[in-house]
Design a protein around this ligand. Sequence first.
Ligand SMILES: Cc1cc2nc3c(=O)[nH]c(=O)nc-3n(C[C@H](O)[C@H](O)[C@H](O)COP(=O)(O)OP(=O)(O)OC[C@H]3O[C@@H](n4cnc5c(N)ncnc54)[C@H](O)[C@@H]3O)c2cc1C
Length: 366
Amino acid sequence: MRNVAIIGSGPAGYTAAIYVARAGLRPVLFTSAVEVGGELMNTTDVENFPGFPEGILGPDLMQKFQDQAVRFGTELVFDDVESLELKGEVKKIHTAYSGDYEALAVILATGSAYRHLGVPGEDRLSGRGISWCATCDGAFFREQHIAVIGGGDSAMEEALFLTRFADRVTIIHRSENFRASQIMLERARANEKIEWLPNARVLEYLGDTNLTGLKLENAVTGEVFEREFTGTFVAIGHDPRTDLFKDQIELAESGVVKVDGRSSRTSLPGVFAAGDVIDDHYRQAITAAGSGTVAALDVEAYLGTLSPELLAQAAADSAAEADAQVGEDAQAAADAPVLSQPTVAEEAASISLNPIGFNTPLFGGK
Ligand SMILES: Cc1cc2nc3c(=O)[nH]c(=O)nc-3n(C[C@H](O)[C@H](O)[C@H](O)COP(=O)(O)OP(=O)(O)OC[C@H]3O[C@@H](n4cnc5c(N)ncnc54)[C@H](O)[C@@H]3O)c2cc1C
């Protein structure tokens, strides 16, 4: 049994891990099998994370988060959590391939997924002209012609924000009825940099290495046409990733995990949540990281309320696990063959399995 289990390897999960590990609680962190590092793995330059005046690539930033968490004794499990039993004093975590774990406290840091249009070109050009976050990427599109896709308040907000940088912003919506509130529509209509393209469905993103435009269809006449854009912001909503636990803890109306005031405490004792999964508004790396800190401090306070017997058991199990790991590492080093230079195919395989290149093997369940 562990003291603390953290689910999610984005800024919230890793920051919580850094704090919990530095408090000597040796957390176990489930990274997910293929999405190690969270949303910032999908972007290139991050220019608004403090401490990097020249900016930093999203994957490089997440590698630093991971290195810092590991440095203080976080145990990483490169696997998906498939199900959770969150009621009761001892929480149970079931993974896809690495067995079952128990912990006294759980931090849910599973993030939130921006909705995608799901049309051709989206994966290829994501981060290469297609973005989901004007606050994050708007400044890269100075003096350009940008499309914003969506008809709700967030599409209006994104479009208005982008007029600070872009020469022209075209709002593309599949119908002529906008869901946005009257006040947001009026603000957008009053902005002379914004033009409107209603009744238009996006069929495809155009461009080989960078976005050059959109293939569109007139939803009324069926006419297919193309428009040039060097940037497109998709603003059709986002879904907090709560499938794993939404039947066990309370959610807010907007779908995010409900927490108690400014804390990370959920409706179940011993279960804490941090990052975009509790945030339906700010959704930035730095706010997620701050929220991870809150969760770590709340967990430390919570553990102090548990019985000494439970704490002693978790401490003993964690120490045994740490010793076993040291033994496994030493054995693996002794057994390791002299490695030949990896082939390009081997390197590619290791990158796809473990996108930020941390070479810890999967841990077995405990
Ligand atoms: C394209 C793009 C560009 C962005 N650019 C910026 C920027 O420049 N600056 C900025 O501040 N913000 C930016 N953001 C926003 C920022 O990435 C998020 O606000 C931040 O990553 C949220 O952190 P998080 O830890 O809450 O969640 P995430 O980063 O989403 O991480 C959640 C993690 O949980 C894991 N997970 C989910 N379910 C499971 C499970 N069942 N088992 C195991 N693991 C699981 C996921 O795989 C993921 O690793 C950008 C977002 C996008 C999409």
